[in-house]
Design a binder for this molecule. Structure first.
Ligand SMILES: [Zn+2]
Length: 277
């Protein structure tokens, strides 16, 4: 049995490292330690998600250093306005094109719409979302979707790109969102939010998601699951997400590990995962 963390951001461990070094703490959250703890917890594959174009070199460095770390390339909705100022659309396309052929790039992401924090940049978010879906089609890779308070627009954009497959990351729990995403062939990824007491809608909707479409993730360093809520999240904690899903579905955690890992490799199968064959 092993687990896959289908969505994490290892870059933030660097900031914690720098902070620790500054204040003289032990280097407890270094990437090396994070990857080691993940392997010890049976998390044998981590998808390190890109959020901006300046991520490329760090993503490659981590993927080339750690056998269990793969990555995606893309511009996050909340980075749209900044990228619009810094680059032309042609430049954004070129940087993504220059990077997606790296052997450990398995998807485009995270991309999507966020009206919670940035309603005012929705036009730019929409343009970059569509552009990156076209690029995903061109390179034949699945996408990792971020959607916050933008369900209807997310679904209508995805409907205009019928050849794209992917995952709704950190699914928020609305049943009508799950139904429409599933109809489009998408996978749904559950984060540590499922362990929170107030996440009753998500806990309920879980039962309607077919097991062959379910992924698990941490979205670390954010959203640490219970019993680590409020702490810095890391890929090894994906086990707690799997345990909560197992508890809610009344099945062994081994089953959750098995089907969620299998689904991950099915979705992100455009590139080979040599160590998992
Ligand atoms: Zn993310």
């Amino acid at each position: 049995m092993f687990f896959v963390d289908s969505h994490c951001h290892l870059k933030f461990s660097r900031f914690v490292d720098a902070f620790n070094a500054e204040v003289g703490f032990e280097n407890k959250y270094g990437v090396e330690a994070i990857v080691k703890r993940a392997i010890n917890a049976n998390v044998r594959c981590m998808l390190n998600i890109g959020t901006e174009l300046t991520d490329m070199s760090y993503l490659q460095e981590f993927a080339e250093t750690y056998e269990t770390v793969f990555h995606t390339v893309g511009v996050h909705a909340l980075e749209a306005a900044k990228h619009y100022e810094l680059y032309s659309l042609d430049e954004i396309s070129k940087i993504i094109r220059d990077n997606y052929s790296h052997p450990k790039v398995v998807g485009i992401g995270e991309i999507g719409l966020d009206y919670h924090y940035e309603k005012e940049s929705r036009k730019q978010q929409d343009t970059l979302f569509n552009l990156q879906l076209d690029l995903a089609k061109e390179c034949g890779l699945p996408v990792s979707i971020h959607s916050r308070e933008a369900i209807d627009d997310t679904i209508s954009v995805l409907k205009n790109h019928p050849d794209i497959n992917g995952v709704i990351h950190c699914f928020s729990g609305e049943k009508h969102f799950a139904e429409q995403a599933l109809d489009l062939g998408f996978f749904i990824s559950i984060s540590g939010v499922i362990t929170y007491k107030k996440a009753t809608e998500l806990q309920d909707t879980l039962k309607y998601i077919p097991r062959d479409r379910l992924l698990i993730e941490t979205d670390s360093p954010f959203l640490a699951p219970v019993p680590f809520r409020g702490k810095i999240n890391e890929p090894s904690f994906v086990v707690y997400v799997a345990q909560k899903i197992a508890e809610l579905l009344g099945i062994p955690v081994e089953d959750v590990a098995k089907f969620s890992s299998k689904n991950f490799f099915n979705l992100f199968s455009g590139k080979t995962f040599p160590i998992y064959k």
